[in-house]
Design a binder for this molecule. Sequence first.
Ligand SMILES: CC(C)(COP(=O)(O)OP(=O)(O)OC[C@H]1O[C@@H](n2cnc3c(N)ncnc32)[C@H](O)[C@@H]1OP(=O)(O)O)[C@@H](O)C(=O)NCCC(=O)NCCS
Length: 175
Amino acid sequence: MDSQFTIRPTTLADAEILCDLGPRTYIASHGPFITSKDELNNYLRQNYALDVVRGELSNPSLHFFIAFAASGRPVGFLKLRPCALPVPQMQPDSQEIQRLYIDDQMQGKGIGKALMHSAYTLLRDRDIHHVYIGVYEGNAKAIAFYTKLGGILCGQHTFYVGNTGYINPIYQITF
Ligand SMILES: CC(C)(COP(=O)(O)OP(=O)(O)OC[C@H]1O[C@@H](n2cnc3c(N)ncnc32)[C@H](O)[C@@H]1OP(=O)(O)O)[C@@H](O)C(=O)NCCC(=O)NCCS
């Protein structure tokens, strides 16, 4: 792994970190795509309330990894959950990379790929060898990243922020 960062699974004590990192990185990456700032703010308030995040960190079905810069600053995270995407003929144990966000200034250093590999390692131990990811159709950078990692387009769904729907192609990565 690149010595400029480290990655570890989360504990309940990481809730405040995710409540800061999650909204910040979502606004930076998706803010320009979201048409209503009220819907964006409500979405972030609902998903990153401290009790919501604590509940998720306590949920044994969910797995988070956080990346830290050499300084100790949290700079990215990944959230894995049982797949909730509408994938045809999905196997029952399928998992989804629901969130993967790296701070703007730390992108392009291998952190996203390393977080993905942390998820692969966890899943391989359970004999799971593929994941699904839904990504906004206008997010060319993330689509290029997942394609580089071997992602194959396998469907699409509409992701809602408030009442506004955004088309998200779904990718499958086999590892
Ligand atoms: C998409 C994202 C997670 C990628 O993480 P990253 O740390 O910047 O990517 P990495 O440095 O690990 O790159 C891994 C590989 O993908 C390639 N890659 C990354 N971004 C790329 C791009 N825009 N175009 C082409 N290739 C790209 C890299 O060249 C690298 O290839 P290599 O393994 O041959 O060296 C990151 O840019 C990000 O957080 N974006 C904003 C949030 C977001 O959109 N998340 C996805 C939501 S679904």
